[in-house]
Design a protein around this ligand. Structure first.
Ligand code: ACO
Length: 329
């Protein structure tokens, strides 16, 4: 047996996603705040977003996405040895959303935990699961990105409430001797927390009045925009350089869906036509950790992404956190 044949890789065996039923259009928002469909579309590319029903939680969304991914992969819940949920909107402070999802799926007994890396949560979770599989410790992992961001929006702040939506996506990773995930590169820089944050917390105290704010997202959109474009340029270059690949090698770019203009800037950097970029932000808004796996699942189920193709996934979010994953589907 050759050295390379003995190596273990994590391959995507199946994908799944879930969106709540309720659609909130730009025109709906324009009825309650000073905004317009035209402003939101031209600045962000967003036309509508989904909102979780009363009582519907992140773990409900994550469960549905996870169940569909397991079904697509042809594995049962009892096969899952590792379950990670990337989320910044957990149902509860504890137990973790992953533990709640594990029980709903009937995967009890496996390792289960959440990763909070804001919009990069799914990317971080994917990188962690990849390491467990490569190390030979886990053969089947369920990785989910799920959020109910609309639960922590200030619906009177037109600078943030128009941007976000609820949703979940999931992948099943299986150990394989053929490549799957080729590389992951994750980063964080905690120097600029106040550009994008939610200032309410446990240890900092539940004292929203201190910040003249409830549990809500605060963002300096324009500054975040500039950092996001620059950082995503660098992270996609990093992925290509680490694998000695030309830009033309990438079949599909599956980016974090925060803003169409940010996505277009990354595509331009990669010299990729928009036909090879998966875009869901128009219908989903920014679903944070849910965004990349939702876009991936849509691309797979629509038949765009085919087995054997090279995909570049990337995300940027609060923290700041950012990362990429290069994989052969
Ligand atoms: N409708 C109408 N006008 C608006 C709205 C709105 N919804 N929101 C802001 N405006 C106004 C502002 O008040 C401002 O008016 P002024 O010039 O009179 O002061 C004007 O529009 C321009 O505001 P900017 O903030 O400069 O607009 P910009 O072009 O930067 O677009 C946006 C704002 C869409 C938020 C953009 O900056 C952006 O997408 N930023 C990045 C978001 C992101 O990627 N976040 C990271 C992930 S999120 C996470 O991790 C949780």
């Amino acid at each position: 047996m050759t050295q390379s044949a003995r190596r273990i890789f994590a391959r995507i065996a199946g994908t799944g996603s879930y969106l709540p039923d309720k659609v909130l259009s730009n025109d709906d928002l324009a009825k309650t705040i000073d905004t317009s469909d035209e402003w939101i579309r031209t600045r962000t590319g967003i036309r509508e977003r989904r909102v979780a029903a009363d009582g519907q939680t992140t773990s409900d969304l994550a469960f549905e996405a996870g169940r569909r991914a397991l079904e697509a992969a042809g594995v049962t819940a009892s096969d899952v040895q590792l379950l990670i949920v990337g989320t910044t909107t957990p149902d509860l402070i504890f137990p973790s959303t992953a533990c709640l999802v594990q029980h709903k799926l009937g995967a009890n007994g496996c390792m289960a935990f959440d990763v909070n890396a804001a919009c990069s949560g799914f990317m971080y979770a994917l990188a962690i699961a990849d390491q467990f599989i490569r190390a030979g410790n886990v053969r089947t992992a369920l990785v989910i990105g799920a959020e109910t961001l609309t639960r922590m929006l200030d619906w009177s702040d037109r600078g943030t409430c128009v941007l976000f939506g609820d949703g979940a996506g999931a992948v099943v990773l299986k150990a394989d001797d053929e490549t799957g995930i080729i590389s992951t590169h994750m980063h964080a820089d905690g120097a600029h927390k106040e550009l994008l944050w939610n200032p309410v917390g446990v240890s900092a105290g539940f004292r929203p009045e201190q910040h003249n704010a409830g549990v809500r997202v605060l963002m300096s959109g324009n500054e975040v925009f500039k950092v996001a474009v620059k950082t995503l340029d660098a992270v996609v270059e990093e992925a290509l350089a680490a694998n000695d690949l030309p830009r033309s090698a990438i079949d599909w770019l599956i980016p974090h869906q925060a803003n169409l203009r940010i996505i277009q800037a990354t595509a331009k950097r990669l010299e990729m036509p928009m036909e090879r970029v998966i875009v869901t932000v128009d219908r989903h808004g920014n679903t944070s950790s849910g965004s990349v796996p939702l876009a991936l699942d849509e691309a797979v189920r629509s038949g765009k992404v085919q087995r054997g193709q090279l995909l570049l996934l990337e995300a940027f979010g609060g923290g700041f956190t950012w990362g990429s994953a290069l994989l052969r589907y």
